[in-house]
Design a protein around this ligand. Structure first.
Ligand code: ZN
Length: 76
């Protein structure tokens, strides 16, 4: 009776140790991996300036607006 309980406790302890080791290892692997960021061109803006189409009011990247400040749909 007592021996069985002891074995059970030992097994639980071993399993817990394995679990801790596995957790630490997976965390280390995650730390070693570089953070996943999109490749950025040097000198490029971190975010694009958003501007509003003067006709329909849709917000678009300023590069997507035409010279008159209209989106592709409105400048047609
Ligand atoms: Zn528009």
């Amino acid at each position: 009776m007592n021996l069985r309980l002891l074995v059970l406790l030992a097994l639980a302890w071993v399993a817990w140790r394995f679990w801790q080791q596995w957790q630490r290892r997976s965390r280390d692997l995650g730390a070693q991996r570089p953070p996943e960021a999109p490749p950025r061109k040097p000198g490029a803006e971190p975010f694009e300036l958003m501007q509003r189409c003067v006709q329909c009011g849709t917000y678009l990247p300023s590069t997507a607006l035409s010279r008159s400040g209209r989106c592709g749909r409105c400048s047609d």
